[in-house]
Design a binder for this molecule. Sequence first.
Ligand code: NAD
Length: 230
Amino acid sequence: MTRVAVVTGGASGIGRATVQLLEAKGVAVGVLDRNGAEPVDVSDQAAVEVGVAKIREALGPIDIVVNAAGISSTGRLEDETYVAEWERAIAINLTGSMHVVRACLTDLLRKGEGRIVNLASTEGLGSARSLGPYSVSKHAVVGFTRSLAVDLGRSGVTANCVCPGATLTGMTAPIPEADRNSWARRHVPAGRYAAPAEIAYVIVALTEPEASFVNGAIIPVDGGQTAMSM
Ligand code: NAD
């Protein structure tokens, strides 16, 4: 039986690499992204419900949810834009993930084998300077994942969280290459940014039927960044 996945943020970066790997494994994938032929903003509950219903109609009930849609959001507390940045980060990175899980919940529960993978960040485990809104939203994604793991644990549905380190995607493309390289040499034992496929590998492993006892795990995929003392 072909499994069906919903991948948010599947139009770019880590989400796109996840779509490619899932499809290579024979999973039927529906994408929810604000970019593409049928844009869906994950922070819009009604739009998410319609988008998930369309995927269900086209592919069948949902077995896997990967919440990879996300935005970067920076700012210092004293900035006038801080509140707006905060609300934007929470609405998309956190609340959007919740809308997608809720829209898929009945499907995920039906066989007791559903798989949820949320994307946080190394910024969900600590915080860099002036990244407050983003970091807070990603810490909350870690908390959301743990609450799902606890609340759904008896059902056989698993919820896990992948915390990528710096990865070469649309999100980090604006950073000049020389700055990326010098930052990675200082902060990442691997000495480089990840390729999106290196993150997708772990995401997809968590969606496998055999990953049935991995629940509530918060997994850094960061080339050793969070293992290193300053
Ligand atoms: P990306 O910008 O390449 O892709 C993000 C995708 O999300 C895009 O296709 C975008 O259109 C979509 N998106 C953004 N807001 C949306 C919305 N409101 N509704 C629907 N779709 C929306 O970025 P990426 O690096 O692939 O990011 C994927 C996830 O990984 C994000 O949650 C991000 O926070 C996380 N992450 C990225 C890095 C990194 O270094 N790139 C590091 C840690 C965590």
